[in-house]
Each structure stands twice: as C-alpha cells, then as structure tokens.
Design a protein around this ligand. Sequence first.
Ligand SMILES: [Zn+2]
Ligand SMILES: [Zn+2]
Ligand SMILES: [Zn+2]
Length: 135
Amino acid sequence: MPTDMTRYPADWTLFSAYIRFTRARGQCECTGQCGLHRKGRSNTRCLEQHGHPAHFAKGKIILTTAHLCNCNPPCNNPNHVIAACQRCHLRIDAPGKAARRKLTYHPTSAPPQAAKSSANAISASFPQLPPQTPP
Ligand SMILES: [Zn+2]
Ligand SMILES: [Zn+2]
Ligand SMILES: [Zn+2]
C-alpha cells in the first residue's frame, strides 16, 4: 500500500479522517482482524461503507479508526490502525475486554457469598456454645 509518511497530520481528527476517507476510501478496512469475513481459507474485506446502510446490522455505518496495536497512549501510526465499521471495531476491541471479564466474573463458582454470611449469623447468635471437643 503506497503511503506518504511526510504528509500525515499530527492531529488525531485529521489523521483519523485520512485513514477512513483517503486511505480506506470510506470502506471498512477490516480483512479478518475482527474474526469475521472468512471465506474458505482466505479473508475478504468487510463490505461496510461509511454513510451507507449496514449490511449486517441496523442503521448506518459510521467508520471509526481502530487500533490493532497496544500502544499507550494510542498512537497515530497508520500501520497500526485500520478504518473499521462499528461491528468490526467492537469485535477487534472485544478480546481484551473478554479477558478482563473472565478475571472478575465467575458465574460457575458456588456457593454465593450469602450462604457464608448466613452461617456466620447463625454462629454469632449462639456465642455461648463451647467449642466441640472429642470425648
Ligand atoms: Zn500503535
Ligand atoms: Zn467492518
Ligand atoms: Zn471485520
């Protein structure tokens, strides 16, 4: 892909506009980074175009600029970003978010906290009971 590094504006708004409308020409640049668009073994490019009705969702496509890198703060390196429709952008961002959810949410772990605290409440209401000792 021919790129002219000297002409990239530092400003993010202009950079983002350059990516989405000059480089991508208004079409989502995702070619499988989101996990979709697979056709057999090869990936095809997402069909969604800025301002057009979405193919795979409701409403109009609003292209965004999605980072594929982990640069912090987010970079404006054109090789690290793609123009992405809402759906692709969400899916590109999803793996990190899913991993964080995994760390904090354990739907299968039982028993819930309530059982523990009610057990504490029962023992608290019989404070005079001596500890059980074997005969
Ligand atoms: Zn980057
Ligand atoms: Zn897309
Ligand atoms: Zn995609």
